[in-house]
Ligand binder design. Structure first.
Ligand code: AMP
Length: 603
C-alpha cells in the first residue's frame, strides 16, 4: 500500500495486527472515493425500497440516480413523517417506508410534542452499527499502544423500554445494541475487554447496574487502561456515585461479600465469581483516597494506569470538560464517534486530539448524506436555508462552511433533517471531516435532554398560571444549565411584577409548586432523566429583583448590541451576565418532588 495518507503513515510505524490492518484499509477505501460509495448506497436504498408507499408517491419509476431523487423527493422533518411513523407503530406491516420489516423503533433524545421521536430501524442496521464500532479500536491502536494488555472500565447502561400499540419495541439505540447478540455474544477481543460484566450492563435498575460496574472497576483497578462512558455526563455521574457510595463499596471489598442492595439474580451470580475473597489492602486504600476532601485527580489515583478517558465531550457535552479535567488530573479525552438513532455517522481519525480540535469523518457507507447550507442572518441568529436544490453532496462540501446534516437511510428515512449543524474542517483522503457545532434549537441540555425555546416558554407560562389570579406576572426570564454540581440542573431566572407594579413576593410554597409545574411541562426525555435516571437534579427558580433584565439589556448595549434588535437571551452562559443575575437574586426555590414520567408514551 502506498503511504500517502496520515492514517497509512501511522500504520507503517505502529505494530498493527492483521485485523486492524483490514479495518484501516476499509477506512482508506471508503474515504478515497466517497462520492462513488454514496452513489452506490443511494442506488441500493432506492432499488430495494422502490415498492414502498412513500417512494411510490414521488414517481421515481425505478430511477435511482441522485439527480432524479433530489428533484422529486422532498427534504423532510420528523413532523412530516409522523403519519407514517404512527401507522407503523400501530402495527401496519405493509411496506410504508422500508421494504425490509421495521424490527423496532429507536427512541431518540430529540422530541416531538414532548415525546421522544421514534426512529424506524431494520434488522441489518445492527451490522452497520457494529461495523462502525469495529473501526474504533484499530484507529485508537495507532495512537495508544498496549491497550490489549489491560481492560476498559466503561459505564454502560440499558434504559427502560416500552412497546408501541402495534407491539414493536421502542427503546434507545444503545439499549437495543447492548441487548443484541452482536454485543452480548461478541467474540473475545483482547482490545475490547471490559471490567463490567454483561449482567451488570444489562440490568435495567441503574443503581444496581452502577454499583456492580463500579465495584468491578475498583477490584480490577490496576488492569484499567481506559475509562469511559458514552457521554461526559455519564462519566461524571459515575464519579458522583463513587462519592456517595465509596464506604459501602469499600465494605464489600473488605469483607468479600456483596451488599444486600444488589438483588438482581444475574448480577449476584456473576459477582459471586468476581468478588471471591476479602481484600483488606484495597479497601483501606479506597477509604484513604476517598475520605480526603479534595477529589482532584481521583481518577488517576484510583486507576493509575489509565491512559485516556473515552467519552464524548463535543457539542453540548463540552460544558463538562473542566470538571472532567479536575477529576482526571488532565488525562486526554478521546471522542471516538458521532452517531444518532437515525444512523451512525462517523469516527474521529485523530482520537487523541484536544476536544476543541475534534473532527468526525463521516463514513459514506452508513447512509446517503446531503448537506443543507446553513446561513447566518444579520443579528447573529442562524437558520438553515430551505432551498431544496441547494443541498450539497458529501464529496462537495467546502472547508469552513457550515451545513445541516440530511440523511437517507436503509430503514426508510428519505432526505431527513437530523438537526445537527456541522462545520467542514478538512478532508481525509477525499472524505470531508466535520466539527460538530451544535444541535439546532437546543437551549438547555444537562445530559441527553434537549429543551428548546418553545418548550421553556410553555413551561414558564404553565407555571406562572399558578399565581396569575393574584395579578402577578413573570415579566422576563432566562435560563442556565448548572452543570458544576452533579447531577446538573436547570436554573430559571424570573423577574416578577405584582399588581402594584412592585417586586412581587411569592410564598415558598407557591414558588416550589412553580418549579414542579415547570418540570411537569418539560419533555419526556427531561422527565425520564429526572425520574428514572436521576441524572438531572431538581429545577431551580431564582427570583431576581425588579429592573434586573433592564440592567442586562444595558449591559448588552454597552457591549455593542443594537437597542432595536435586542432580545432577552433565553439561555445565558457568559460569566459577567451570570454574575450580574446572581447578584440580583432575592430568593431561590427548588422543585420539591419528581415530575411524572412512565416508560409509556403519553399519547
Ligand atoms: P439520539 O438521537 O438521542 O441518539 O442523539 C443523537 C444526537 O446526539 C446527534 O444527532 C447529535 O446531536 C448528538 N451527538 C451524537 N454524537 C455526538 C458527538 N460525538 N458529538 C456531539 N454531539 C453528538
Amino acid at each position: 500500500m502506498a503511504v500517502d495518507s496520515p492514517l497509512q503513515s501511522r500504520m507503517v510505524s505502529a505494530t498493527t495486527s492483521e485485523k486492524d490492518v483490514k479495518a484501516l484499509k476499509f477506512i482508506e477505501e471508503m474515504t478515497r472515493n466517497p462520492d462513488s460509495v454514496q452513489e452506490k448506497v443511494l442506488g441500493e436504498i432506492l432499488t430495494r425500497n422502490s415498492n414502498t408507499e412513500y417512494l411510490k408517491r414521488f414517481d421515481l419509476n425505478g430511477v435511482v440516480d441522485r439527480k432524479t431523487f433530489k428533484s422529486k423527493v422532498p427534504v423532510v422533518t420528523y413532523e412530516d413523517l409522523k403519519p407514517e411513523i404512527q401507522r407503523i407503530s400501530n402495527g401496519d406491516c405493509s411496506p410504508i417506508l422500508s421494504s425490509h420489516p421495521i424490527t423496532e423503533f429507536l427512541t431518540s433524545s430529540g422530541t416531538s410534542a414532548g415525546e421522544r421521536k421514534l426512529m424506524p430501524t431494520i434488522e441489518e442496521d445492527l451490522d452497520r452499527r457494529q461495523l462502525l464500532y469495529s473501526l474504533l479500536m484499530p484507529v485508537m491502536n495507532l495512537y495508544v499502544p498496549g491497550l490489549d494488555k489491560g481492560k476498559g472500565l466503561y459505564f454502560l447502561f440499558v434504559k427502560s423500554e416500552s412497546k408501541t400499540s402495534g407491539g414493536l419495541p421502542a427503546r434507545p439505540v444503545l439499549t437495543s445494541y447492548y441487548k443484541s447478540d452482536h454485543f452480548k455474544r461478541r467474540p473475545y477481543d483482547p482490545y475490547n475487554v471490559y471490567t463490567s460484566p454483561n449482567e451488570a450492563i444489562l440490568c435495567s435498575d441503574s443503581s444496581q447496574s452502577m454499583y456492580a460496574q463500579m465495584l468491578c472497576g475498583l477490584l480490577m483497578r490496576h488492569e484499567v487502561l481506559r475509562l469511559g462512558a458514552v457521554f461526559a455526563s455519564g462519566l461524571l455521574r459515575a464519579i458522583s456515585f463513587l462519592q456517595n457510595n465509596w464506604k459501602e463499596l469499600a465494605r464489600d471489598i473488605s469483607t468479600g461479600t456483596l451488599s444486600s442492595r444488589i438483588f438482581d439474580p444475574a448480577i449476584k451470580n456473576r459477582m459471586s465469581k468476581i468478588l471471591t475473597k476479602p481484600d483488606q489492602e484495597l479497601a483501606e486504600f479506597l477509604v484513604g483516597v476517598c475520605s480526603q476532601e479534595n477529589w482532584e485527580g481521583i481518577i488517576t489515583k484510583i486507576w493509575p494506569n489509565t491512559k485516556y478517558l473515552d467519552v464524548i465531550v463535543t457539542g453540548a457535552m463540552a460544558q463538562y470538560i473542566p470538571t472532567l479535567e479536575y477529576y482526571s488530573g488532565g488525562l486526554p479525552m478521546a471522542c471516538t464517534m458521532y452517531a444518532s438513532s437515525e444512523s451512525y455517522f462517523g469516527i474521529n481519525l485523530k482520537p487523541m486530539c484536544k476536544p476543541s480540535e475534534v473532527s468526525y469523518t463521516i463514513m459514506p457507507n452508513m447512509a446517503y448524506f446531503e448537506f443543507l447550507p446553513h446561513n447566518h442572518d444579520g443579528d447573529g441568529a442562524a437558520e438553515a436555508s430551505l432551498d431544496e436544490t441547494s443541498l450539497v453532496e458529501l464529496a462537495n462540501v467546502e472547508v469552513g462552511k457550515e451545513y445541516e446534516l440530511v440523511i437517507t437511510t436503509y430503514a426508510g428515512l428519505y432526505r431527513y433533517r437530523v438537526g445537527d449543524i456541522l462545520r467542514v474542517t478538512g478532508f481525509h483522503n477525499s472524505a470531508p471531516q466535520f466539527k460538530f457545532i451544535r444541535r439546532k434549537n437546543v437551549l438547555l441540555s444537562v445530559e441527553s435532554d434537549k429543551t428548546d425555546e418553545a418548550e421553556l416558554q410553555k413551561a414558564v407560562e404553565n407555571a406562572s398560571r399558578l399565581f396569575a389570579e393574584q395579578g402577578t406576572r413573570v415579566i422576563e426570564y432566562t435560563s442556565y444549565a448548572e452543570t458544576k454540581t452533579i447531577p446538573g440542573h436547570y436554573v430559571i431566572y424570573w423577574e416578577l411584577l405584582g399588581r402594584d407594579q412592585s417586586n412581587a413576593l411569592m410564598s415558598e410554597e407557591v414558588m416550589a409548586k412553580c418549579c414542579l409545574e415547570m418540570e411537569e411541562s418539560l419533555n419526556s426525555v427531561y422527565r425520564q432523566s429526572r425520574v428514572a435516571d436521576k441524572s438531572i437534579g431538581p429545577l431551580e427558580i431564582r427570583v431576581v429583583r425588579n429592573g434586573t433584565f433592564e440592567e442586562l439589556m444595558d449591559y448588552a448595549i454597552s457591549r455593542g448590541a443594537s437597542i432595536n434588535q435586542y432580545k432577552v437571551p433565553r439561555c445565558v452562559s457568559f460569566t459577567p451576565i451570570m454574575e450580574l443575575l446572581d447578584s440580583r437574586v432575592v430568593s431561590a426555590h427548588f422543585s420539591p418532588s419528581l415530575p411524572h414520567w412512565s416508560p409509556e408514551r403519553r399519547r
